[in-house]
Design a protein around this ligand. Sequence first.
Ligand SMILES: C[S@@+](CC[C@H](N)C(=O)[O-])C[C@H]1O[C@@H](n2cnc3c(N)ncnc32)[C@H](O)[C@@H]1O
Length: 252
Amino acid sequence: MSNHEEFYDNPDIRAKYIARRTQPDNPNDTLERPIFLELVGNLSQLDIIDLGCGDASFGKEALLQGASSYIGIEASSAMVNLALVQLTNTLGKVHHGRLETWKAQSEQVDLVSSRLALQYVENLEPVFCEAYQALRPGGRMIFSVEHPVITSNFASLAEGRRTNWLVDDYFKPGARVHQWLGHEVTKYHRTLEEYFDLITMTGFKLERIRESRPLPQNFSSQQEYERRLRIPLFLFISAHKSIHASPARDRT
Ligand SMILES: C[S@@+](CC[C@H](N)C(=O)[O-])C[C@H]1O[C@@H](n2cnc3c(N)ncnc32)[C@H](O)[C@@H]1O
């Protein structure tokens, strides 16, 4: 199985994925969430599009914090159903579709977010162009992805719980097929330089690059904290559309 939609639509995989997300000291809660929320800052009165929103828990949180609107874009129908439940009785919406075919409305939002979804997309250039189009001048794009040192090579994952990490084939971009949650999945490796070029060539101004440096207060286990000091699991990029960006192109 190599298609991401089939991947997250598979009930066995989804059950394992959700179980991992609720484990104590899981990487999403200890590493990804604190840094992502720090980067986005105050969400009050923001219009938000979230690419690869999964169950839209970020949408629920953002709306509770006073975001004006939230639209999640999600390819997996099972994830869309979870998102709809999550967003019941809120202003949040979910669009069922692939990022590759998503067409943004011009200057629609203040924040385009994406959390751990973009490494599933083979060609990011059109997605970044749509994100740029969707943003109002001064708006931000903030995303997390699996770190390039992780996506370069998944051989050490085959051993189960990793005690070492092989970084290899770093400068060979492209598909990495590997076993995850007991099934085959395809992710796309890019170097840090390629992420930087994608951002700046789209027209964004780079603001911050962060890596998932662990903080001890986010862990209940000292051992797990020390394990996470060994290698960055996630990369975060924050960029903005210039306040002086030229008017949106004619989309008719
Ligand atoms: C690891 S999950 C993260 C979900 C959510 N962003 C979060 O952090 O909880 C990745 C999500 O991206 C979605 N996804 C992957 N590739 C996609 C694509 N090409 N278009 C839309 N959604 C995609 C998957 O279906 C899945 O729900």
